[in-house]
Design a protein. Structure first.
Length: 398
């Protein structure tokens, strides 16, 4: 118990200190600077503190931090869901959300099929292999919107319709990944039986919708901000804990709760404004926890991580090509659209934490290594690739 308390205290100190050091200007090359600006380097901090190196956040402490994991995942899901306000989404052309979903689905398909075949050969044909393959696909479909926003600021890029379209796609495509994640946990809970999986997926939706409706009622009460914080965090912890107990995804359930709250009249905007100032600190804690989960595996795992990177990059290029065709007429998007969507972002990290809490250690280590390596590498290379996509779009407009 004392070690767990010490672990929480360490995470809080690092998050508060890192929040002041991160998201600020640092005199480095643009790729490395964006790595620090987005806070992705805290994955490496987590790896250093984990059981493979210093052992400060070892397996015993991480088990004791389960409520913190649940709260962090629920928080991330809730904040994302609160941005799924259909009234705001409807302000953009209908081709925009279609393009975002097409891009994400093509990317996920490009990753799922080869990874599933390889994992089946390595670990057999079980529910955990299907879950692992779907999680790899879900993380691949995500794009980090923060890196794109920071890149445009760092390079002083002019605001263009194509840049706005890229930001829109990068902010929405994680929705498809979260739906796949929710389906993956439902399938795993049902032992890959389709009918039972449908019932468990419905249970995820019902649990999330109930919590969202309850929060909407609480948010309409005349209460102080401090009291509303207690209500929201309590609801997030309840929804995440219930999902964890039922073998479902806290991330998906709380995303549903946030989406329901955002689309009901009353408290959605108030709760969103309440949570946004806490988002960066929570994000840094998740990055550290994700790094601490990493464990060294056999040598072939590194090759699998490289394959995951290649498959995701290929999927983004293919997905960007088809998304550009889907968006035709709405925005001048070049076929190289996918180059601007390589950054992976924090939602993929949250997904991998969600997965690692329930996965067997052997296959879980493979997936965690692949995704964490992908996030780090993609944050480094995404600025160059995004700039190339923006340049091509400018040439096409000229």
């Amino acid at each position: 118990m004392l070690k767990a308390v010490a672990g929480v205290a360490l995470l809080v100190v690092l998050a508060l200190a890192g929040h002041r050091r991160t998201f600020t200007r640092i005199p480095l090359p643009v790729g490395a600077r964006l790595l620090f600006l987005t806070g992705t380097e805290f994955i490496l901090v987590g790896i250093a503190l984990g059981g493979e190196f210093l052992g400060i956040l070892d397996a015993e402490i991480l088990r004791g931090l389960t409520p913190l994991y649940t709260l962090g995942l629920g928080f991330a899901g809730m904040v994302f869901g609160l941005q799924l306000d259909l009234r705001r989404i409807a302000r953009f052309p209908a081709r925009h959300p279609l393009a975002a979903c097409v891009q994400a689905c093509v990317t996920m398909a490009a990753v799922f099929v080869p990874c599933h075949l390889l994992l089946r050969r390595a670990f057999g044909d079980g529910a955990e292999v299907l879950l692992s393959s779907l999680v790899l696909a879900a993380t691949a479909g995500c794009t980090g919107p923060t890196a794109l926003a920071l890149l445009s600021r760092e390079l002083r890029l002019p605001s263009t319709p194509f840049l706005g379209f890229l930001r829109y796609v990068s902010g929405l495509d994680a929705f498809c990944g979260l739906v796949v994640l929710g389906c993956a946990f439902a399938l795993a809970r049902a032992g890959a039986a389709p009918a039972a999986a449908l019932l468990w997926f419905g249970a995820s939706l019902a649990l999330g919708a109930s919590v969202g409706a309850l929060l909407q009622l609480l948010g309409r009460l005349r209460c102080r901000q401090e009291e509303l914080v207690v209500f929201v965090l309590g609801a997030v912890l309840f929804a995440g804990g219930a999902a964890q107990h039922l073998g479902l995804s806290p991330l998906f359930v709380c995303m549903v709760a946030g989406a329901v709250l955002a689309n009901l009249p009353g408290a959605g905007g108030r709760v969103f404004l309440l949570l946004v100032p806490l988002e960066k600190q929570a994000y840094l804690v998740l990055l550290i926890l994700a790094g601490a989960l990493w464990r060294a595996g056999p040598s072939w795992v590194l090759g699998f991580a490289v394959l995951y990177l290649v498959l995701r990059f290929t999927g983004k290029l293919l997905g960007g090509f088809f998304a550009a065709r889907a968006a035709r007429g709405g925005v001048p998007a070049p076929p190289s659209l996918g180059l601007g969507l390589v950054s992976q972002g924090g939602m993929a990290v949250a997904m991998i934490i969600n997965f690692a809490r329930v996965a067997p250690p052997e296959i879980g280590g493979v997936v965690v290594t692949a995704v964490l390596a992908g996030v780090l590498v993609n944050e480094l290379i995404s600025p160059v690739l995004a700039r190339a996509a923006l340049c091509r779009a400018s040439e096409g407009e000229a």
